[in-house]
Design a protein around this ligand. Structure first.
Ligand SMILES: Cc1cc2nc3c(=O)[nH]c(=O)nc-3n(C[C@H](O)[C@H](O)[C@H](O)COP(=O)(O)OP(=O)(O)OC[C@H]3O[C@@H](n4cnc5c(N)ncnc54)[C@H](O)[C@@H]3O)c2cc1C
Length: 373
């Protein structure tokens, strides 16, 4: 039976990063995925992912974010750096989660930022006309990375460092013991010192026995074509998030290349389920923030969130499986962490420990909870 130091199940956002870091640390890696590299059926496609540090989801993410920025700065595809700084605006009325959480995190970690009122926002960014009372935290370090390019770059690094990557084979099960893991695949069995499970939205299929309270939800990424595109380009419009105070959170990305369209989407919804918002509904809601965006769409694509009840990740050792690591439940905000969590997964496999505090992501925290809905 073939034997490896590590088998990585899933070669999307997180599996590709883990395979890269593990292989570059000298591990003999087998990466398995039943789908082609950088495919569009999971969670890592759609040209852009927002990266930011003034994290409203919690100040305790910041050490990981500082390290992930260092790793993004070192990651390139065809000589092009993957991280593109556009600046970021995190907006809402006073008291809303995105605004207050971003400000609190920026202050706690002394991150470069400004807080702008509605008039400042409209003056600085010509596409914006926020409702009176809106405040925005502006973070100059925020930007975007391309998910398909990042997956391809991590896979290329992994392959260059000797990883064997197969895109026609799935992991179907495993048996772990104190000294190794026997991994069952759609083509047979392999032995490994460790197994990293990064199956994205397919986690409930692969991890059914663990009964993690994961909920998989569709999201639609839309690209609009404003009549005055010059106000929506990088340099004039940052990436943005807008908290409408009723549980609805919208976000968008400026036009990244000429004619490429302006991306906008529903992150979470306080009313109609996020997946059911029509393009007209989204355009009408955004008309109060970005009046020139219009309702003409160039294209749209579905993508999938794998949500945990607390919207924090699941990263750590499998509670019932020695030598098996979990990386899933990224709850719609994981991509920016792919490089650093790839490194953390490699630390756990190679050194048995990491310097980062992963307690927020402990798989055991759901022991007595049931799915969100
Ligand atoms: C619309 C949208 C917008 C987002 N915006 C942002 C953002 O702006 N910023 C941000 O940081 N994050 C964002 N995210 C979240 C981020 O993109 C995800 O957290 C991240 O892509 C998840 O990566 P993954 O590796 O878990 O999943 P994927 O990249 O989908 O990879 C999972 C892989 O596992 C494979 N697989 C499944 N089952 C098996 C098996 N049994 N054996 C082997 N392989 C298997 C699949 O084929 C797949 O390739 C967004 C997500 C979406 C959907």
């Amino acid at each position: 039976m073939p034997t490896y130091d590590v088998v990585v199940a899933g070669l999307g956002g997180f599996g590709s990063a883990a395979a890269s870091h593990l292989a570059r640390r000298g591990q003999r890696v087998l990466g398995l995925d039943p789908r082609p590299a950088a495919h569009a059926e999971g969670s890592s496609h759609g040209e852009s992912r927002i990266v930011r540090q003034a994290y409203y989801e919690g100040a305790s993410y910041v050490p990981l974010l500082l390290r992930t920025y260092e790793l993004w700065a070192a990651l390139a595809r065809d000589g092009e750096p993957l991280l593109r700084r556009t600046g970021g605006l995190f907006m809402g009325a006073s008291g809303t989660q995105v605004l207050e959480g971003s400000v609190a995190t920026a202050r706690t970690w002394d991150l470069e930022h400004e807080v702008l009122d509605a008039a400042d926002l409209a003056r600085r960014f010509p596409a914006l006309s926020p409702p009176a009372g809106t405040l925005g935290l502006y973070e100059p370090q925020a930007g975007v990375v391309g998910p398909e390019a990042a997956v391809a770059a991590h896979l290329a690094e992994a392959a260059d460092a000797g990883a064997e990557l197969r895109h026609d084979e799935a992991v179907t099960g495993w048996v772990s013991s104190p000294d190794r893991v026997l991994v069952a695949t759609t083509r047979g069995h392999v032995g490994a010192g460790a197994l990293v499970l990064a199956p994205g939205r397919w986690a409930p299929d692969l991890l059914g026995d663990l009964e993690l309270p994961l909920v998989v939800e569709r999201r639609v990424q839309h690209w609009f074509v404003p009549s005055r595109a010059e106000n929506f380009v990088v340099g004039r419009l940052p990436v943005w998030m807008w908290d409408l105070a009723d549980g609805t959170l919208l976000y968008g990305v400026p036009e990244l290349s000429p004619g490429g369209g302006v991306k906008a989407a529903v992150h979470f919804s306080g009313g109609t389920p996020a997946a059911d918002w029509t393009p007209a509904e989204l355009a009408a809601t955004l008309a109060t923030l970005l009046p020139g965006l219009g309702d003409r769409r160039a294209r749209a694509t579905d993508c999938w969130y794998t949500l945990t009840p607390d919207r924090h990740f699941v990263v750590g050792w499998h509670p019932g499986g020695e030598r098996v690591l979990l990386a899933c439940g990224f709850s719609g905000h994981g991509f920016k962490f792919t490089p650093v969590l790839g490194e953390v997964l490699a630390d756990l496999v190679v050194d048995g420990a990491t310097s980062f505090d992963l307690s927020l992501f402990a798989p055991e925290r759901f022991a007595s909870t049931s799915p969100v809905r």
